[in-house]
Design a protein. Structure first.
Length: 326
């Protein structure tokens, strides 16, 4: 029994995050010891540029180029990471995903007590699909839909629905399969980025410190205000309710004192809205901490110093983080 126990603690779970953006395909592989958990380790980083026009908005225009880039980014994967058990996740652009959270009472009249007991959840499915159609403006046969009853204290008695356009989901699954990669999960880009930023905050900031997490992608700037380890405010720019990015950031700060703001994504896209990284800090009134994989502090082998410090690896990191922690 002692021998078996000593072997178990040396087993690691490996997971890969694949970020397919208009500029490049990026790969982050993480691992974590099981079953005891412990710190996350960076196993591998790689990025392969994509030819201009291979991706336009949410559309994969040149599938052959994306497949080649996927093959190239996995080509030098170290042997310990390259196994059939490697969990691989890819992200969908925010504009291809739709989210809604609403009270259970609006979906078939089920009470929170009944939902918590797990009884008759199947009865909600039709109502959930109707709500997905409403928020997406697309018929249900063209959507991939996931949902769960939220039991958190802040959202007790509500259901959260995530829907994605099926054609964009299938295009990414098919490209991955053609490159020899089996996907085990699909996530939204903002959610993956937020996961990575929150993980970094847990390592870098004081417990219970109020901070902002910012992600810059092709769909704009996303921000979350986090207090006591919970999201208490969020914003997206451009959006009709915000006159400009400064207005959106002030709304996110909500007049409160932020201890810090963590920042990840394509920082050069700020130029398109006439902003700089320094401007973000000035408006929020706090120090900015760019996302870096090196902040995790543990690498299995020498890795690219440039990629370890690239804020645009945040989505791939968040995707891999989901895999090792599930």
């Amino acid at each position: 029994m002692a021998i078996r126990s000593s072997l178990l603690v040396k087993v690691r779970r490996f997971a890969a995050g694949i970020d397919v953006s208009p500029q490049a395909v990026r790969l982050v592989v993480l691992s974590q010891r099981v079953p005891v958990g412990g710190p996350v380790r960076v196993e591998y980083l790689a990025a392969v540029p994509l030819v201009a026009g291979a991706i336009a908005g949410v559309e994969i225009v040149d599938r052959a180029a994306v497949i080649r880039a996927l093959r190239d980014v996995f080509a030098e994967l170290p042997r310990p990471c390259a196994s059939s058990s490697l969990r691989c996740a890819m992200a969908l652009p925010a504009s291809a995903t739709f989210m809604s959270s609403l009270p259970l009472a609006r979906l078939g009249g089920m009470s929170a007590v009944t939902a918590a007991s797990g009884a008759s959840l199947a009865a909600l499915e039709s109502a959930v699909l109707s709500e997905a159609e409403r928020i997406a403006g697309i018929e249900r046969h063209a959507l991939a839909v996931d949902w769960f009853v939220d039991g958190s204290p802040r959202r007790a008695g509500s259901v959260t629905i995530a829907a994605a356009t099926r054609q964009h989901l299938e295009a990414r699954i098919e490209c991955a399969a053609a490159a020899g990669v089996t996907l085990t999960a699909i996530d939204g880009e903002p959610h993956a980025a937020l996961r990575a930023l929150v993980h970094t905050a847990a390592l870098e900031l004081e417990p219970h410190e109020t901070y902002a997490a910012l992600w810059i992608g092709a769909d704009g700037v996303y921000g979350w205000r986090i207090a006591d380890e919970a999201v208490v405010g969020e914003m997206h720019y451009p959006a009709p309710e915000h006159e400009d990015l400064a207005d959106a950031l002030r709304d996110l700060a909500d007049g409160g004192a932020l201890g810090c703001a963590l920042l990840g994504g394509e920082l050069d896209l700020l130029d398109g809205v006439g902003f700089s990284v320094a401007d973000l800090g000035d408006v929020l009134g706090c120090t900015l901490l760019p996302f870096e994989c090196v902040a995790i502090g543990d690498c299995a082998r020498p890795l690219s110093a440039a990629l370890l410090r690239e804020p645009n690896c945040v989505v791939a990191f968040g995707l891999a983080l989901r895999g090792v922690m599930e």
